[in-house]
Ligand binder design. Structure first.
Ligand SMILES: [Zn+2]
Length: 60
């Protein structure tokens, strides 16, 4: 199923978490949004953050 969900392009600096929307503008900061299909943080490894978080947890 194709997704049209977009995410605030500047969420990493503007928000604590990704802000998803279907519109061209972020509903919270009115900034531009990007298609959320490629993960905003790591296009090559969408689950990288997940793994890093798990590994960090293991190390503690
Ligand atoms: Zn925003």
């Amino acid at each position: 199923m194709k997704s049209d969900i977009r995410v605030c392009a500047d969420w990493e600096t503007a928000h604590d978490r990704p802000v998803y929307t279907l519109r061209d503008r972020c509903p919270e900061c009115d900034g531009p949004t990007a298609n959320s299909a490629p993960a905003p943080f790591s296009p090559e490894d969408p689950y990288g953050e997940y793994r890093r978080r798990a590994r960090r947890r293991d190390a503690e």
